[in-house]
Design a protein around this ligand. Structure first.
Ligand SMILES: [Zn+2]
Ligand SMILES: [Zn+2]
Length: 182
């Protein structure tokens, strides 16, 4: 993948990297019905966006796309943002489904045009959200694909249930995090 292009304006930009990880216990190995848990390809996170001049904007990233989408606010429409996923690795480790992702983002200092507070690269407190997809295997019914969303700042422990058969399909106990690389 080509390097993320810097934005075409005159602020002193810095390229920063943010590491995100999620970890859920997948009970499929314990004899429960197999729900084929998998990570969705979209990550949302809170970013201080110098393009629209607001802190803590929800920014949507899709794995494989060259830029992200900032949600803007009531005065500034949703817009492309110089943020993207540079890696996105899902794996199974010891009965757990693990996601490790790295986000590259261009950041520049600014003052929020609404509250006058200075920016950082990430919102304070930062959060990230990812989709956890599943396929319900209940044979009496039509195949059912569902998605549940997980966020780094949820209160733990947390149980994720299938939207159709109501079985517990994942448990989130520890280990989700978002941090700026030094
Ligand atoms: Zn923005
Ligand atoms: Zn189910």
């Amino acid at each position: 993948m080509a390097p993320l292009s810097p934005p075409a304006c005159e602020h002193p930009h810095v390229l920063r990297s943010v590491e995100i990880s999620f970890r859920v216990h997948d009970p499929a190995g314990a004899g429960d019905r197999f729900h084929n848990l998998h990570w969705g390809k979209t990550v949302e996170l809170s970013v201080d966006c110098f393009v629209c001049g607001r802190r803590g904007r929800t920014t949507r990233l899709v794995w494989g796309e060259e830029s992200g989408t900032c949600s803007g606010d009531s005065q500034f429409p949703s817009h492309p943002a110089p943020v993207r996923l540079s890696s996105f690795d899902g794996s199974h480790e010891d009965g757990q489904l693990v996601l490790r992702a790295v986000v590259d983002l261009w950041s520049a200092p600014f003052v929020d045009r609404r509250d006058g507070e200075p920016s950082g690269a990430m919102a304070d407190p930062p959060w990230a959200r990812v989709g956890l997809g599943y396929l319900c295997p209940d044979r009496d019914l039509q195949p059912h694909e569902g998605v549940s969303s997980l966020q780094t700042n949820l209160v733990l422990p947390l149980e994720v249930k299938c939207g159709r058969c109501d079985e517990a399909i994942a448990h989130m106990r520890v280990g989700s995090s978002i941090r700026l690389r030094a």
